[in-house]
Structure formats: structure tokens, C-alpha cells
Design a protein around this ligand. Structure first.
Ligand code: AMP
Ligand code: ZN
Length: 465
């Protein structure tokens, strides 16, 4: 993971670091000619990349505002390969430790990497070229292809894809997005598809390497949306292609830049994001601002009269989050009851209901772990708990009140049953919309709940590694 982040984030190397350059060259020179497997650190890759490209010396970022300045200039200039991870640069990397899965990344083959860097145009293309050709050894390619062939299904096994890439979340996420957006949904044919690929690459690169809220979660929500629309074909058919595309991209970008910490933590600690947004939903505001900045080049390809609507839809979908959860259910139930009183039904296909239904859908996808097959759900749960536990450790270190579950002291079954009882009413209400089919997710939710109720050991996780 580190190596791709090194490439994508494009942090410029410190060219005065002669010792590091010498050490890197010694390491490269010691490699055998063929099939050289080498794990480079992010710093080493930056040096290598700089030498190949002859990049200028390191540029210091100038604080939070730099985020927007750099994004704008990067996007308006030429969408080149030097897109920096503006979020990390501007706000600093998350204080959480890197995702433990990331350690199991594949070692890049240096010779191939060199050749690819020299031959390739934009680095975004390099990723997709590389992902099937060199990142996935032959024996795992079949598993990957089998898993991706089910990308339209609700029971899609995201972990089969992640495992095929040995836990490299960026490559796995990229493969899933490609399979949905460019293959299954056919946006490959669009004249804007090259630009779209660049926007997608930037969105993926703008996720941080935290246990749960990393780019694989973004891709997972996108895949879940695709599958949920497939389960409700009449609603899917009623939507314009542009609306579907904006919806999928909103799913992909809904948590960009997430530091793996809650709004509450950011506010309590006076984090830069909390200051920027006056303590008001700093995460959601940041996700929307970053996502919409990244989306600009794509939005500009739309006719002017459509741009405003697409932007409004995108923002509306991004803000249909946890905070809106109860309100969303309340509003939907009210609309359903009104329709029943009139002796009719609330139809997803009615144009006026498209956006409200898509808001329900994106939020449902965001909290859909317990509505997935157990094995898929269980791994997401381990990661979300890991993220909570790390925050709890930071809270303890800083003497803050504990606001999230603590490692070694979590009654996981109880916690999950609580989450499930919070999530289920959303799916149940959505199932009452005419043209929406939530039977399968609801059956999974009930099966997941039953399993926790039967779980013999209640504190099964949370011991220190
Ligand atoms: P988001 O932060 O946008 O991903 O909002 C969804 C929220 O749902 C996450 O922040 C988590 O707090 C919560 N969540 C998702 N999956 C689980 C899970 N399996 N257990 C507990 N909380 C979860
Ligand atoms: Zn999310």
C-alpha cells in the first residue's frame, strides 16, 4: 500500500538527502536482474520517482487552506500524475497507525515498476495496467476474476478481491470501481471516460490509510449501491444514466480524507477540521468539499444547465449520513403513511421520489455491513472496531472522556446488536417503497442478529495483540 501511496501522493522528495539516495541505489544495485522482489519504503519510492521524473525539491504545505488551492491548481492545470494527497498534506496524516492489512501488500517488482513508470502516461493508468498484470500472481487471478464476476450481486465478496491483492486496498478498490463503473454500468463508452478514470483515481487516492474508513470502504459503498439498484430494476431503469453515475461517484467519495476519528473527537481536540467548519459536522463538510473539488473536471463536461443539478445531487447524497439517519426514517415513514391514507403507494419511480430514494439508498449502503453475508460483515466489523479502539486509546492518552468502545472491554455481541437495531428500521422502511426490494438485505440482517444472539462468548474480541 505504502508504495502506491508514495506514487500517487507524489510527495516530493528531499533532494538534499544524499545518504538516502545512496542507500537506495545500493539497494537497487544489489538486486538480481530478473524477478527481483523488493519492498521499497514510501520514502525510497519518492526518491526513485523523483529521479525518473526530475522533479523539483520538496514543497512545504502552508496549512489547511493549501488543500483547496492545490486541488484547484492540480485539477485545472492538466490532471497530471503529480496529484498530491492534498488531504494528508493539508491536515496531516491521521494519528491512527496504518491499516494492519496494508502490511500484507505485495512487493512490487522493481524492474516492471521502472519500465511502467517510464512507459506510462498518467500514473492512474499505471495502476489499472498493473493491477491484473503484475500485482496479482497467476494463481490468484482466477479467484479475483470469479469474485469480480459477482460484482453486481448483493452478496459480492469484497474480501476475495482484497485478498487477491494481498490486502492492498487501493488496488482492490480500483478493481471494484472499474468492474462496476466501466464494465457493468458501461460508462467506458462515454467520451469523458478518460477524465472519469482520473477523477476516480484522485478520489481513491484522497482516502487515508486507516483501518475502516479507507478507499475500500468507498468502493464497497459504490458496489453496494450498484447491487441495490440491481435488486430494484424498475427504479434503476427509471433513473437517468447521469444520475446513476453521480450517485455511484458520490458513494465512492462519501468518506474521502476520513482520518478514522469521529466528529466528536475532532471537536473535542480542536482539530483543524473542527476549526474550519465551526464544530459543525466537520467530517461531512470536509468529505463534501473535497469530493466536489475532485469532481469539478467531470462536472464541467456536463452541459451548463445540468452542472448545478449534478452538484446539488452529489452534495445532497453526501450529506445524507448518520446524522440524518432518524430524520430520514421519520420522513420516509411519513410519506409511506400518507400514500397509504390516499389508498396509493409511494413509488420510487416517480421522478419527484428519485432523490429521496437515492438518499435512503446511499445511507443504507453506508451502514450495510450487517445486511451482508456473515463472512463479509464480520471482517468489516473487525476493522470498524479496530478504528474505534484506536480512537479510544487516543482518548485515554489525552485524558478525554471515552466516547467509543475500548479494546479488551467491548461486549461485541451487545454492541453489534445495538448497531443492528439502529440500522434495521432503515432497510425495513425502504422495503415498503413500491419498486424497491430490500428482502435480501433484511434476511441477512436478521441472520446476523440471530448469530450474535446465539454467540456463546460475548466478549470475543478486543484483546491486545
Ligand atoms: P460512515 O462514517 O459514513 O461510514 O458512517 C457509517 C457509520 O456506521 C460508521 O462511522 C460506523 O461508526 C458505523 N458502522 C458501520 N459498520 C459498523 C459495524 N459493523 N459496527 C458498528 N458500527 C458500524
Ligand atoms: Zn462511510
Amino acid at each position: 500500500m505504502e508504495y502506491l501511496y508514495g506514487l500517487l501522493f507524489g510527495t516530493e522528495p528531499d533532494t538534499t538527502d544524499v545518504d538516502a539516495r545512496h542507500a537506495l541505489h545500493a539497494k537497487l544495485d544489489a538486486l538480481p536482474d530478473r524477478d527481483a522482489q523488493i519492498a521499497l519504503t514510501a520514502d525510497e519510492l519518492r526518491l526513485l520517482k523523483a529521479e525518473m521524473r526530475g522533479t523539483p525539491p520538496k514543497r512545504q504545505h502552508g496549512g489547511g487552506d493549501e488543500l483547496f488551492v492545490r486541488m484547484r491548481s492540480d485539477l485545472e492545470e492538466d490532471h497530471d500524475a503529480k496529484t498530491a494527497d492534498a488531504v494528508v498534506d493539508a491536515y496531516g496524516a491521521s494519528p491512527l497507525k496504518p491499516n494492519p492489512l496494508a502490511k500484507r501488500r505485495p512487493s512490487p517488482d522493481l524492474l516492471q515498476l521502472r519500465k511502467a513508470v517510464q512507459d506510462a502516461g498518467p500514473l492512474h493508468d499505471l495502476i489499472s495496467e498493473r493491477q491484473l498484470s503484475s500485482s496479482v500472481p497467476k494463481e490468484r487471478r482466477r479467484t479475483l476474476e470469479t469474485a469480480l464476476s459477482c460484482v453486481g450481486e448483493w452478496g459480492f465478496d469484497v474480501w476475495a478481491v482484497a485478498d487477491a491483492f494481498q490486502g492492498d486496498t487501493l488496488l482492490a478498490a480500483r478493481a471494484i470501481v472499474d468492474a462496476v463503473v466501466f464494465e457493468a454500468r458501461g460508462f467506458r463508452a462515454a467520451s469523458t471516460s478518460h477524465l472519469l478514470r482520473q477523477v476516480v483515481a484522485k478520489m481513491l487516492a484522497s482516502y487515508q490509510d486507516v483501518p475502516y474508513h479507507n478507499c475500500l470502504h468507498g468502493a464497497d459503498v459504490l458496489q453496494a449501491m450498484h447491487a441495490l439498484l440491481n435488486l430494484s430494476p424498475s427504479f434503476d431503469d427509471a433513473l437517468d444514466d447521469d444520475v446513476v453515475l453521480v450517485t455511484l461517484l458520490a458513494c465512492l467519495s462519501h468518506d474521502v480524507g476520513h482520518p478514522g476519528l469521529t466528529n466528536n473527537f475532532l471537536v473535542e481536540t480542536g482539530h483543524e477540521l473542527a476549526i474550519r467548519y465551526n464544530d459543525a459536522s466537520p467530517l461531512e463538510n470536509m468529505h463534501a468539499a473535497v469530493a466536489l473539488n475532485l469532481a469539478k473536471p467531470y462536472l464541467r463536461t456536463r452541459p451548463p444547465e445540468e452542472q448545478k443539478g449534478a452538484r446539488a445531487l452529489w452534495i445532497g447524497l453526501l450529506l445524507a449520513t448518520m446524522k440524518e439517519h432518524s430524520h430520514q426514517i421519520y420522513e420516509l415513514e411519513r410519506a409511506l403513511s400518507k400514500a397509504t391514507e390516499r389508498g396509493s403507494t409511494y413509488e420510487a419511480c416517480a421522478p419527484a421520489h428519485h432523490v429521496p430514494c437515492l438518499k435512503i439508498f446511499i445511507h443504507a449502503c453506508d451502514v450495510s455491513n450487517p445486511a451482508k453475508p456473515w463472512a463479509v460483515y464480520r471482517r468489516w466489523t473487525s476493522l470498524v472496531m479496530e478504528e474505534f479502539w484506536r480512537q479510544a486509546e487516543l482518548e485515554r492518552e489525552r485524558g478525554l472522556p471515552l466516547t467509543v468502545p475500548r479494546r479488551g472491554a467491548t461486549d461485541l455481541a451487545k454492541f453489534q446488536l445495538g448497531f443492528i437495531s439502529f440500522v434495521r428500521p432503515l432497510f425495513a422502511a425502504a422495503d415498503r417503497i413500491a419498486g424497491v426490494e430490500m428482502g435480501l438485505p433484511l434476511r441477512h440482517i436478521d441472520a446476523t442478529a440471530r448469530r450474535w444472539q446465539e454467540e456463546p462468548s460475548r466478549v470475543e474480541e478486543g484483546t491486545r495483540e
